[in-house]
Design a protein around this ligand. Sequence first.
Ligand code: ADP
Ligand code: AMP
Length: 215
Amino acid sequence: MDLILLGLPGAGKGTQAEYLVEEYNIPHISTGDIFRAATKNETPLGLEAKKYMDAGELVPDEVTNNIVKERLQEEDVKDGFLLDGYPRTLNQSEALRDNLQELGRELDAVIYLNVPKDILVERLAGRYICSNCGATYHKLNNPTKVEGVCDRCGGTDFYQREDDKPETVKKRIKVNEEQTDKLVDFYQEEGVLIEVDGNQDPEDTFAEIKELLKG
Ligand code: ADP
Ligand code: AMP
């Protein structure tokens, strides 16, 4: 299964990705995670990406397209992948289309998680992440079952993202809004768009996705 998760920051892409990779046994490719890992390791890519991420802006298309192109050549994606946070611009969606064509593969579906903007701000403000396995939680909406202990790996160390501060959040939503609308149109025309109401519980959202993927 070759899938894309599309949605504004905070729409629940990372959260749904956790369910999807388990259900369909495909690797999760998050460009945000790739950039954050590179930033943490202070690689040249990380130092370049950090400038944009801290400002809530997009990393230039050329850099991002090359990273994904290389990632899609790795062995573990041969039976499928789940792209999360890529593509984010029309240029990226065109690069991906060419890239997939060269690889002789076709997208099965683009899952668009639609969530009202005011809810996104509140979700990002309460987001916290397990430092060990990357599982995502929310202080109010989606806390760990046992306080301070990750449901998935038992880790006890969590962090909040630098770019989840209210000032950066508003900028990120604004930067992504216009592009996301264009991507929705692009994939609708390609006939692969699945629109899901992301403003319901994570389990209900996932149930809707699964149902639509069957169809
Ligand atoms: P994205 O990857 O699209 O930026 P996340 O999956 O990280 O979004 O979700 C953002 C925040 O919202 C997290 O704190 C997460 O726990 C919470 N969240 C995700 N899905 C839902 C949902 N369906 N309802 C309420 N909160 C959610
Ligand atoms: P995310 O984890 O998807 O919220 O992404 C965090 C940040 O990484 C974004 O605000 C951008 O600065 C950068 N980023 C992630 N994916 C992309 C992409 N496809 N294109 C450009 N920048 C990206």
